[in-house]
Design a protein around this ligand. Structure first.
Ligand code: AMP
Ligand code: MG
Length: 345
């Protein structure tokens, strides 16, 4: 069933949706980062349906979503001082913390790890669904595993309709990129997956932060990855993608035009200001954002990757952003989109 709550949360429909969650069914719902495909996190059969619907590898654990900080103690234990500080500073928000798991959390939620990932979304609809369902909700991004995450219902309806019991439309996701995932190791926060909560923000709040080496490096086969989701090809359309970045925009434009001559029939995802300087047909240039607006870039990138995929090109050339602040998160995703086919000039 499709429910349109872009203007208002309908209370009758909210009851129906929450009953579905309570009864072990799957519901797609909006959050401020990306859409989630959710199930009762304490019901392992319900959680199993998520893995099936997404075609998600069973060794990739799920994030458990809660509506109140007091719910953390129901699923996690032995919370340290540093963990508490991070929770109090960044929740609710686009921030996930890996904590020691309590026994009540089913094994498949944590993919057999002794930890559980916890997030408290800052989105009215997500909060209402979690609150009135009365259970924590396990929810990975709403997309078939490996595809770009869903940031609007239009993008994912075809892909997931029929695999879930309800889809709740809350409009376009505010942030457009998945949460920052942090694990505290020896009282130091380690960023396993960068997101809207930046390393600078964490450092400013708690004094120190480490960025895990897998954030930019290609994980080697058989090495241990702290956040299992990071080892797969991810966030990717079917068309091959290539990523470019240059500090000097002349170099970037020169390189993209060179690539266009090599591969004919390309789509370019680039900045609004570069459109007139890049030699592709009008319809094959997708303006992701203005040059310095990385918030706008993040908001649009998954939708634009899907749009580009529908143009049946040989290759999608992507203008990347500087790897700093929130740009770290954007480049972390795009490196996986491009399977590390990246050139920095
Ligand atoms: P998504 O599927 O887009 O919701 O992404 C969830 C991310 O969180 C994936 O990269 C997971 O591997 C990661 N994650 C979830 N639970 C854990 C955990 N217990 N330890 C480490 N990473 C986790
Ligand atoms: Mg995902």
């Amino acid at each position: 069933m499709y429910y349109n709550w872009t203007k208002d949360t309908n209370t009758e429909e909210l009851k129906i949706v929450c009953n579905l969650i309570k009864n072990g069914e799957l519901v797609i719902f909006p959050t401020e980062t990306v859409y989630g495909i959710g199930a009762n996190a304490l019901d392992s059969n319900a959680v199993n349906k998520i893995f099936i619907a997404k075609g998600r590898p069973s060794d990739n654990p799920l994030i458990v979503h809660i509506a109140n900080k007091s719910d953390i103690d129901k699923i996690a234990k032995d919370i340290t001082k540093m963990e508490k500080k991070l929770i109090n500073s960044f929740m609710p928000g686009p921030f996930t913390i890996i904590l020691k798991r309590k026994e009540c959390v089913p094994n498949n939620v944590s993919a057999g790890l002794d930890t559980v990932a916890v997030r408290m979304p800052d989105n009215i609809i997500a909060k209402a669904i979690i609150t009135y369902s009365g259970v924590p909700i396990a929810a990975p991004s709403a997309n078939i595993s490996g595809r770009p995450s869903g940031t609007s219902v239009d993008d994912i309806r075809k892909e997931l309709e029929g695999k879930v019991s309800a889809i709740v439309d809350g409009g376009k996701s505010n942030i457009g990129l998945e949460s920052t995932v942090v694990k505290v190791v020896d009282e130091v926060p380690v960023i396993l997956r960068p997101g809207k909560v930046t390393p600078e923000q964490i450092e400013k709040t708690v004094g120190k932060v480490v960025i895990d080496s897998n954030v930019f490096a290609k994980p080697k086969k058989d090495t241990k990855v702290e956040s299992p989701g990071m080892k797969y090809r991810h966030y990717a359309p079917n068309t091959k993608c290539k990523l470019f970045y240059a500090k000097d925009e002349k170099d970037l434009i020169f390189e993209i035009n060179k690539q266009i001559r090599i591969y004919n029939n390309v789509v370019v995802l680039g900045f609004k200001e570069h459109k007139d300087k890049i030699n592709v047909k009008e319809n094959n240039y997708i303006e992701v954002s203005s040059k310095d607006n990385i918030e706008e870039y993040a908001k649009n990138i998954y939708t634009d990757l899907r749009k580009a995929d529908n143009l049946n090109a040989n290759v999608i050339l992507i203008e990347g952003v500087e790897k700093k602040s929130f740009g770290i998160a954007i480049m972390n995703r795009l490196l996986r989109t491009c399977e590390y086919d990246y050139k920095e000039l």
